[in-house]
Write a protein that binds this ligand. Structure first.
Ligand code: DSN
Length: 430
């Protein structure tokens, strides 16, 4: 960093500013985490220099011997981590992983079913402002009003009515376990493929803290930077069931091909060019870390912290979607208070608590305003915080939200946040 400081002070100052923010604030965005310094270092390595379009052993460029090894190591570790038969480590993001699966399994205009964005789904699960909603004919299922959970009678009813070719389970703001087995029952009833988007709980799944998508889902996609704690990026995995028993008719040739071949082709050349080899190496380090026994302890702590936070907030009178959590995230429904998600996010940020506004099921407000706040524990758990700190964090959140226009109080909370953060060092060697 010293050299960057000398060469480009403008950018150096931005990174210093961000480091200060990460150190001195409470990072409660459910989809964020702090990678290890090993991940940081390898993502900043010379591997960024290499073009390697194609796959190990079949590249469009020479000089790929070393990066072939990197990609093979990443694929091997990813398969081991998720007990998968197929792994693709090239998607640049979770959205591109999803896009590659759709390109493999669907034709434009095909019917697909996914969780409504306002009920915790994702943009790529059929939003009209996303390619998914524009290229495919999406129909949504929502959460049950009373329970805040997926109601499978309703999912089955919608599936029977629309006969989707693909059903997607998982999302970005669903606090409960994804019930893969129940989704598979529905998929089998209407003869659909089943894809799991496990971007949020993938770390919990890898460590056995959340149920596995196998043998129920035909394919799963994920990001690598949320509970998995790796660098920013995407992956696609498939289990034995799909790889061994299912072929897919290739749209042009009509030949039945195995899923691995089709998925690989959809990623590259279908939607991407050269893979980001530095990121793939970063993913490989993160997979190695996730295979260590400590990662299971970490994931158990993420969930126990999240449960403590949820219970404390409930004791203070907050409504939570689904009345609690099984995972790393808690969704606070502010509909019965005179506060929008937008205002809550702003005031919490002023107090040094970073969270994001989020729609809640049956939200009457727009996605830019919302009635909810989504919080998550992966990042604070990485810092080493535990249940005592979660109780303090619940107090601090409540103090801000209960005195939303009191700037003096917000300054007081900010000091408490800084004091709390100072006891949990972050990137001390940087
Ligand atoms: N942006 C991610 C999240 O916050 O959940 C989803 O893509």
């Amino acid at each position: 960093m010293k050299k960057i400081k000398e060469y480009d002070l403008e950018l150096y100052n931005c990174i210093e500013k961000e480091l200060k923010r990460e150190r001195n604030t409470l990072e409660l965005i459910a989809s964020e985490n702090f990678t290890s310094t090993n991940v940081l270092n390898i993502v900043g390595s010379i591997l960024t220099n290499k073009y390697a379009e194609g796959y190990p052993g079949q590249r469009y460029y020479g000089g790929c011997e070393a990066v072939d090894e990197v990609e093979n190591i990443a694929r091997y570790r990813l398969k081991k981590l998720f007990n998968a038969e197929y792994a693709n480590v090239q998607p640049h993001s979770g959205s591109q992983a999803n896009m590659a699966v759709y390109l493999t399994m669907l034709n434009p205009g095909d019917k697909v079913m996914g969780l409504d964005l306002a009920h915790g789904g994702h943009l790529t699960h059929g939003s009209k402002v996303n390619f998914s909603g524009q290229f495919y004919d999406f129909v949504s299922y929502g959460l049950e009003k009373k329970t805040g959970r997926v109601n499978f009678d309703n999912v089955l009813k919608i599936a029977r009515e629309h006969k989707p070719k693909l059903i997607i389970c998982g999302g970005s703001a669903y606090p409960r376990y994804i019930e893969f087995e129940k989704f598979r029952e529905v998929a089998d009833t209407v003869d659909s493929y089943l894809m799991a988007d496990i971007a949020h709980p993938s770390g919990l799944i890898a460590s056995g803290v959340h149920p596995s998508p196998w043998p129920f889902c035909h394919v799963a996609t994920s990001t690598t930077h949320k509970t998995l704690r790796g660098p920013r990026g995407g992956i696609i995995i498939a289990g034995k069931d799909f790889e061994n028993k299912w072929g897919v008719v290739a749209p042009k040739s009509g030949r039945v091909k195995m899923i691995s071949e089709l998925l690989d082709k959809s990623v590259m050349p279908g939607i991407q060019g050269g893979p980001l080899m530095h990121s793939i190496a970063g993913k490989a380090i993160a997979f190695k870390e996730a295979l260590e026994p400590e990662f299971k302890i970490y994931c158990n702590n993420i969930v126990s912290n999240s449960k403590v936070l949820a219970e404390e907030l409930k004791l203070k009178g907050y409504d939570l979607v689904s009345n609690g959590t099984d995972t790393h995230l808690v969704l606070i429904d502010l509909s019965n208070r005179d506060i929008t998600g937008k205002l809550a996010e702003k005031k919490l940020e002023e107090a040094g608590i970073t969270a994001n506004k989020n729609m809640v099921p049956f939200d009457r407000k727009s996605p830019l305003v919302t009635s909810g706040i989504r919080i998550g524990t992966p990042a604070v758990t990485t810092r080493g915080m535990g249940s005592d700190e979660m109780r303090k964090i619940a107090d601090l959140i409540d103090s801000v939200l209960s005195n939303i226009e009191d700037d003096k109080n917000i300054s007081k909370v900010k000091s408490s946040v800084e004091e709390l953060c100072s006891s949990f060092s972050l990137y001390s060697t940087i």
